[in-house]
Ligand binder design. Structure first.
Ligand SMILES: Nc1ncnc2c1ncn2[C@@H]1O[C@H](COP(=O)(O)OP(=O)(O)O)[C@@H](O)[C@H]1O
Ligand SMILES: O=c1ccn([C@@H]2O[C@H](COP(=O)(O)O)[C@@H](O)[C@H]2O)c(=O)[nH]1
Length: 214
């Protein structure tokens, strides 16, 4: 049964995924699978399979309404009550959910990462620990250009256009203000070894407490 949910937020390409995955991979090699799981907020982008592909590219993916946060809250509540959930799998190339889902078991500690997890009060209340990855926006843009071209089927023009029209303005409107809700602000994102080790240490301590109380 899930007892603790840790949210990792920050700008797109700030290093959230690298930070969360490093913690998850390193701990998973040492603890039972029932102790730790990881979920991405991106999996909860709304399904757009009913829209023609050219309309999908016009969606504002950096606004909270782009996400089905209601489903995410439902899933987190299910995990807390001991039920497994089928998390959608998002296809960035097609800008919609794929046909498959990923089964996530109610691990004692769940890590979740995403840009807008703290923008919604009901969702925010689900999190026991909240971290904000604070990376300068120009660094995020450089990383995003490289990643989106290599991994998400994008061109430099499309990344630049989207960055100016939605990514940057939505960051200032919705993401940056969420820093105030964070318990810890992490610099140097996915490569901050001290911060990674501190979170791993905290998870181990939580697991000891939860397992003793079971
Ligand atoms: N501290 C860092 N130094 C160098 N590259 C990084 C760092 N953090 C992340 N990256 C790289 O930047 C890209 C975006 O990082 P990612 O973790 O996917 O960001 P996010 O999940 O916040 O969108 C990836 O290619 C990742 O390997
Ligand atoms: O279909 C889509 C869905 C999302 N995006 C962009 O992705 C980022 C969020 O993902 P990160 O891994 O945190 O970067 C968001 O800024 C959206 O603009 C997209 O381009 N297309």
């Amino acid at each position: 049964m899930t007892k603790t949910i840790i949210a990792i937020v920050g700008a797109s390409a700030s290093g959230k995924s690298l930070f969360a995955q490093t913690i998850y991979q390193e701990l998973s090699a040492q603890i039972p699978a029932k102790d730790l799981a990881i979920i991405e907020e991106d999996a909860y982008y709304r399904d757009q399979s009913h829209l023609p592909i050219k309309n999908r590219t016009a969606t504002n993916y950096d606004h909270p309404d782009a996400f089905e946060h209601e489903l995410l809250v439902e899933h987190l509540e299910s995990l807390r009550s001991g039920q497994s959930v089928d998390v959608p799998v998002y296809d960035y190339n097609l800008h919609t959910r794929s046909d498959i889902t990923r089964r996530v078991e109610p691990a004692t500690v769940v890590i979740i990462e995403g840009i807008l997890l703290l923008s919604d009060e009901t969702l925010r209340e689900q999190f026991d620990i909240k971290l904000f990855i604070d990376t300068p926006l120009d660094i995020c843009l450089l990383r995003r250009i490289a990643r989106d071209i290599q991994e998400r089927g994008r061109t430099l023009e499309s990344v630049s256009q989207q960055y100016e029209s939605t990514v940057r303005p939505m960051f200032y409107e919705f993401i940056e203000p969420c820093k105030n809700h964070a318990d810890i602000v992490v610099t140097r994102g996915g490569k901050n070894r001290i911060a990674i080790d501190l979170v791993k240490h905290k998870i181990r301590a939580l697991l000891n407490t939860h397992n003793v109380n079971d």
